[in-house]
Write a protein that binds this ligand. Structure first.
Ligand SMILES: CC(C)(COP(=O)(O)OP(=O)(O)OC[C@H]1O[C@@H](n2cnc3c(N)ncnc32)[C@H](O)[C@@H]1OP(=O)(O)O)[C@@H](O)C(=O)NCCC(=O)NCCS
Length: 133
């Protein structure tokens, strides 16, 4: 298996590092928008192969009590190798002292997150699916 490093910093990263990530569906400048989102987070973890970002996990929080895993994405060619799980575990470790470390996900990913120790619950959402410029 290829060597993957995880790093907790955006230092030295530019929009080009994130242009291939499509989950959030930005219609224009996806790399720039994603990088701006990541800079606004309390914590990020990047999965890096040979200097290239192949996955990321992002957490917003209040610095004290609550944390929320807002997004997690692994580039298609790199999925199924444990990278997504590793990113979540790294973030779980970093936020293990919080009252809450929560997330919302689609039904198909319930098993993925249950295997990582999360419990299924009810969430209320207000989303701008497909509407980001
Ligand atoms: C979800 C995602 C991050 C998982 O990353 P990954 O690196 O492929 O995950 P892992 O290799 O660590 O998978 C661990 C396990 O979860 C399972 N799994 C991974 N993705 C899954 C999915 N979309 N649905 C159901 N199970 C999934 C794997 O089969 C694997 O099971 P195994 O241990 O029995 O083999 C990746 O599929 C992705 O980027 N998807 C698109 C974006 C997305 O949906 N993000 C989540 C937002 S909440």
């Amino acid at each position: 298996m290829a060597r993957i490093d995880t790093v907790a910093t955006l230092d030295g990263r530019g929009p080009e590092d994130f242009a291939g990530f499509t989950m959030l569906g930005f219609a224009s400048e996806p790399g720039q928008r994603l990088l701006a989102m990541l800079h606004g987070c309390e914590a990020v973890e990047l999965a890096v192969h040979d200097g290239h970002v192949v996955g990321y996990g992002a957490v917003i929080g209040d610095g004290n009590t609550f944390a929320f895993l807002t997004s997690l994405e692994v580039l298609p060619d790199w999925r199924g190798q444990g990278i997504g799980s590793t990113l979540v575990r790294r973030l779980q470790d970093r936020f293990s002292g919080r009252y809450a470390f929560d997330l919302a996900c689609d039904e198909g990913l319930v098993g993925f997150y249950e295997a990582l120790g999360f419990t299924k619950a009810t969430a209320m959402l207000s989303r701008n699916y497909g509407g980001l410029s």
